[in-house]
Design a protein around this ligand. Structure first.
Ligand code: PHE
Length: 330
């Protein structure tokens, strides 16, 4: 019994310690043998003998546990030292990734406007009727709501059909001057060659106090932007209608495939529609409590830009998750 502590302390490996453990604490070990003596001891001494033995056992367990911890640590250190990893080693199986063309196009668009000091804003994809429609001069039952086939939730909320609600959110929390773009996903019930139920837009909004902002400013910036994106193209502004802008326009560029002479992509018109825009309608300013301000807004579809820039014939292929599509953009 006396040299048990020493035995534990002298075990110099986990294996050696395990042998000692069996020798002391095992079924046929020293302690079991001691406890077995209980039955031969006179009843009057039993209690004291048992208590002493239990104390001894607890002591030995303590010593054993701390010795075990030390040896386990040592073993771990030894293992880590012998296994030499070089995390910087080049792997021959590594595959190069690529930015998704929508991401890459979005970044290009954002970079243009950020360079002109536009801030980047965002808003929720699950919107309410007020931000997506009503505050944008699209009252309930307004026929223009049909322009955007909407996904509704059971509680009346909806998936935003455009990024324009971010205009409203920004104007409600900030005072002019405002100069923002709002990139993000939007949702419409649509599915064909050129439409997917989820796609991306970049919204732009500029508001100044007084009457500083005009259609001319809008025309200049969008023309410059489209030249930056598509190179030397003709740009034309075609009168159009959006409830939240007045006057409104759609913007076309001369077809980048046939240079305006007419082809399948431009439906033989020589022009490609790429943007919606206009001067912010007074009703929108009224909805957010702005007085004596002027501004312009625009919105564009990122997938449309990506399709044109990369000559992708079917928009749906962008979202099918086929690695072979991405591999083309490495
Ligand atoms: N929100 C419009 C759309 O999704 C685009 C737009 C934005 C038009 C801002 C004018 C001004 O079709």
């Amino acid at each position: 019994m006396e040299n048990l502590e020493k035995k534990i302390q002298e075990a110099d490996s986990l294996e050696a310690l395990e042998k000692v453990r069996i020798e002391i604490f095992g079924k046929k070990g020293v302690l079991s043998a001691e406890f077995a003596k209980l039955k031969d001891i006179p009843a009057s001494e039993k209690k004291e003998f048992a208590a002493g033995l239990n104390r001894k056992k607890a002591q030995l367990l303590d010593i054993f546990n701390s010795r075990h911890e030390i040896l386990a640590q040592e073993a771990l250190h030894k293992q880590l030292k012998s296994e030499d990893f070089d995390l910087s080693l080049y792997s021959f199986n590594s595959q190069k990734g690529a930015l998704h063309p929508v991401r890459e196009t979005m970044d290009k668009i954002i970079d243009y406007f950020v360079a002109l000091n536009f801030a980047v804003e965002s808003g929720p994809m699950a919107e309410d009727d007020f931000h997506n429609f009503e505050a944008l001069n699209l009252p309930k039952n307004h026929p223009a709501r049909d322009m955007q086939d909407t996904f509704y939730f059971a509680d009346g909320k909806l998936l935003r059909t455009h990024t324009s609600p971010v205009q409203i959110r920004t104007m409600l929390k900030e005072e002019p001057p405002i100069r923002i773009i709002a990139p993000g996903a939007v949702f419409r019930r649509d599915y064909d060659l050129t439409h997917t139920p989820m796609f991306h837009q970049v919204e732009g909004l500029v508001v100044e106090k007084g009457h500083k902002v005009s259609f001319a400013n809008l025309k200049w910036i969008l023309t410059d932007f489209l030249h930056e994106m598509f190179g030397e193209v003709d740009v034309r502004f075609r009168p159009s209608f959006f409830p939240f802008t007045e006057p409104s326009a759609e913007v076309d560029i001369s077809c980048i495939f046939c240079k305006g002479s007419g082809c399948r992509v431009c439906s033989h018109t020589g022009w490609l529609e790429v943007l919606g825009c206009g001067v912010v309608d007074p009703n929108v300013f009224e909805a957010v409590g702005y007085k004596d301000v002027s501004g312009y807004a625009f919105g564009l579809g990122v997938e449309r830009f990506a399709m044109l820039l990369h000559q992708i014939p079917d928009l749906r292929s962008l979202f099918e998750g086929d690695i072979r599509l991405l591999e083309q953009f490495r």
